[in-house]
Design a protein around this ligand. Structure first.
Ligand code: SF4
Length: 293
């Protein structure tokens, strides 16, 4: 299958199976979106969505956020990953928006990249989601899924992946394709255990046969181990049986009877007065006869 054919089949499948694909971050305007995207780095969208309602209420505009102290912002975002760094990024981003962009989020990548906390991926998300421009944000899911399906080949960097995807995917569906790949990576083509058996892309996924072989090898290794264990147990049981049989055919010699030990006679003490030689009480003078003789 050529790479072009693989792209066509993949995009067709996504179009059919996932006609609506959007970000899972909650936001109401571009400023809220940029805040949420900064917070979502190394953090789940679910966690970010728990944090942002109170944060947006406290700091509804870039101006309000720019006036805040780090301690105030930290209090709202402390439950997400890297809260210290993200506090700095949010304050820096808001101050830059106020100072250099009139409080508006810019819509070109070069300006977006001047904002603290905004890298290429975040900038592309803003362009694609907020401005619906053909921008491909490559995060860990997009990178992995593109490589597995075969949309990219031995890509070394997110930028390389971005350039390849931009080359093959029609411009008008690039923002949607970004979400297709993210959502597919998040829920089906997971990093550790891709759910290939329930994936509709498997008939043309480049990785699927490789994964099958890996699983096959894993299963064979497991069976081998079980077989070895079973054989070992059998060996041990046979050894025990043999030992028992030997014991039966060669009974232990009877132990010689224990000779009774004669009780020791008490040794006579010749120095002790013999009871028989004790003076007879009868020889004692009778009190009644005292003085009569
Ligand atoms: S078949 Fe497996 S590896 Fe390929 S895209 Fe689907 S889940 Fe990922």
């Amino acid at each position: 299958m050529t790479r072009k054919e693989r792209y066509e089949k993949t995009l067709e499948w996504f179009e059919q199976e996932m006609p609506i694909a959007e970000t899972e971050l909650n936001y109401e305007n571009t400023f809220q979106l940029i805040v949420a995207v900064i917070l979502s780095a190394q953090c789940t969208d679910k966690r970010v969505n728990m944090i942002t309602p109170a944060l947006f209420e406290a700091f509804p505009t870039p101006q309000k956020l720019a006036e805040a102290t780090p301690e105030q912002v930290y209090e709202y975002i402390k439950s997400c990953s890297y809260p210290n760094n993200k506090t700095k990024s949010l304050l820096g981003m808001a101050r830059k928006l106020v100072d250099d962009y009139g409080g508006e989020v810019p819509s070109d990548i070069d300006s977006l990249l001047t904002l603290p906390g905004v890298g290429r991926k975040t900038a592309n998300v803003i362009l694609a989601v907020a401005y619906e421009l053909p921008a491909m944000a490559v995060d860990t899911h997009v990178f992995r899924v593109s490589e597995r399906i075969g949309l990219t080949r031995d890509s070394k960097t997110p930028l390389q992946t971005e350039e390849t995807l931009m080359k093959y995917i029609p411009e008008d569906i690039i923002p949607k394709a970004h979400h297709w790949l993210i959502l597919h990576g998040r829920y089906v083509c997971k990093a550790r255990k891709p759910l290939c058996e329930s994936c509709g892309l498997r008939s043309f996924c480049r990785y699927y046969p490789i994964e099958q072989k890996r699983l096959e090898k894993e299963a064979i290794a497991k069976l081998k181990k079980q077989e070895e264990k079973r054989k070992q147990k059998e060996k041990e049981a046979a050894a025990r049986k043999k030992a028992k049989a030997k014991e039966k055919s060669n009974p232990k010699p009877l132990e010689p009877p224990i000779e009774p030990i004669a009780p020791e006679l008490p040794i006579a003490d010749n120095n002790q007065p013999d009871d028989n030689n004790q003076p007879d009480d009868n020889n004692q003078p009778d009190d009644n006869n005292r003085g009569r003789s």
